[in-house]
Design a binder for this molecule. Structure first.
Ligand SMILES: Cc1cc2nc3c(=O)[nH]c(=O)nc-3n(C[C@H](O)[C@H](O)[C@H](O)COP(=O)(O)OP(=O)(O)OC[C@H]3O[C@@H](n4cnc5c(N)ncnc54)[C@H](O)[C@@H]3O)c2cc1C
Length: 385
């Protein structure tokens, strides 16, 4: 089996399919497997898949107990009781640095299974398999190919011309060492006019920060991005001012990350190739679900390939099974609620616990709960440290 792309999606699929006894090779265009950016939230739906993959997450990042959402004037919008959500869904919610997540996923993975400096440029169904061609003139053949090559997927482009569309927003994002602020299990989101922000402990004294601002394809990078960020967000809260004082333009050098959303394709592949992760469903980071959805793709794909179906049938079943759930998540992430203070105001009037219950039900509904429980085997299998 061939996998194009060694991000979280490609590596998780490789890990799962190797566990199932398949012969798997991953092709990565970069010269090494590396994670960029800050941290990601792994919700219980993603945590369960990591457990199914045998990934030891004990001590990784920070387990969260609460997400507090307010306006810049300190008015409460919502308090998400993450401990209650975790208990309902049977696994912890963690903020994990991307680097740590990738290291844990790579643990035990035979290094020879990943070929770096391999930029895929074409994919073709052959009479009895699939072939991928690389920029250096070499090629590889297998019985199926998984395009886990991210937002600008070459594999997707081979059969689908609908590219990802910018949502009009971007995140300036990263990690900062501020042990006194990071020594907590509470994440904070502040939503107000013209932008919003988040601070979340990410383990070992580091704090994940993000600042969302409007963005368009004509974006011109300011000479001093930190001044732009400070001019928008100074005074929103004391911890925010501490973070803004600690950050420099160097901390912003990888940012911004524009938000994109793919139209979810009806078909996830053609013949013996398919898509997984952002290649199939890039979505804005609003619900912090992108990585979690890539992990769910892996779970469903493993199930499809373990069935007696032929490869093309199994891949069709996989795409069909995932499409509706992913479309629901993607749709919610692109609503204006995440960036509109006025749209969020009514949430403050809801009874305590309501938002937690809605989010819990939503995550359960979009996560193939029965399949996940069967694959995980037990109700509380997961290390919550
Ligand atoms: C600002 C921001 C914050 C986010 N926060 C969260 C969060 O909190 N929680 C969450 O769940 N998700 C979050 N996400 C989403 C998450 O980052 C993605 O959904 C996830 O990384 C997708 O993983 P992937 O493996 O599908 O793609 P990628 O991580 O993009 O990996 C694709 C890989 O394919 C390789 N590649 C590309 N083209 C080729 C080619 N032609 N040949 C060979 N290799 C190729 C690339 O080099 C890369 O290594 C966030 C996204 C953004 C932008």
């Amino acid at each position: 089996m061939l996998i194009v792309g060694a991000g979280v999606g490609g590596i998780s699929a490789a890990r799962g399919l190797l566990r199932d006894g398949h012969d798997v090779t991953v092709f990565e265009r970069a010269s090494a497997v590396r994670a960029s950016g800050g941290a990601v939230t792994i919700w219980p739906n993603g945590a369960k898949v990591l457990s199914q993959l045998g990934v030891d997450m004990a001590g990784a990042g920070q387990v969260l107990s609460l997400v507090h959402v307010s306006t810049a004037t300190g008015r409460r919008v919502a308090a998400i009781d993450v401990t209650a959500l975790n208990a309902e869904l049977g696994a912890p919610t963690r903020m994990v640095p991307r680097r740590v997540l990738l290291e844990r996923l790579m643990d035990d993975l035979p290094l020879g299974r990943i070929r770096c400096d391999a930029r895929a440029v074409a994919v073709t169904n052959t009479p009895d398999g699939v072939r991928v061609d690389f920029a250096d003139g070499t090629s590889a053949e297998g019985d199926l190919l998984i395009g886990a090559d991210g937002r600008h997927s070459m594999v997707r482009a081979a059969f689908n011309t609908q590219d990802a569309v910018p949502t009009g927003w971007c995140s300036w994002q990263g990690l900062v060492e501020l042990p006194d602020l990071a020594d907590s299990d509470v994440a904070v989101i502040i939503i107000d006019k013209g932008g919003n922000l988040g601070l979340s402990p990410a383990g070992n004294g580091s704090l994940q920060w993000w600042f969302d601002l409007p963005w368009s394809p004509g974006f011109v990078r300011p000479d001093s991005p930190i001044d732009t960020i400070r001019s928008h967000f100074t005074g929103w809260s004391q911890p925010v001012d501490r973070v803004l004082a600690a950050l420099t333009n160097d901390d912003l050098s990888m940012s911004p990350f524009p938000h994109f959303r793919h139209p979810i394709p009806r078909e996830w592949g053609q013949g013996r190739f398919t898509l997984l992760g952002d290649a199939a469903h890039t979505m804005p980071p609003t619900l912090a679900q992108g990585t979690n959805q890539a992990l769910l793709d892996t779970m469903v794909l493993r199930r499809a390939l373990a069935s007696p179906r032929t490869v093309p049938e199994a891949l069709r079943w996989y795409g069909k099974t995932r499409r509706r759930k992913v479309a629901a998540v993607s749709w919610v992430t692109s609503r204006q609620i995440s960036h509109g203070e006025s749209a969020m105001k009514p949430a403050g009037l809801l009874p305590p616990g309501f938002v937690t219950r809605v989010l819990t039900s939503f995550l359960r509904a979009v996560s193939h709960s029965r399949m996940s429980a069967e694959a995980t085997g037990k109700l509380w299998p997961i290390d919550t440290r």
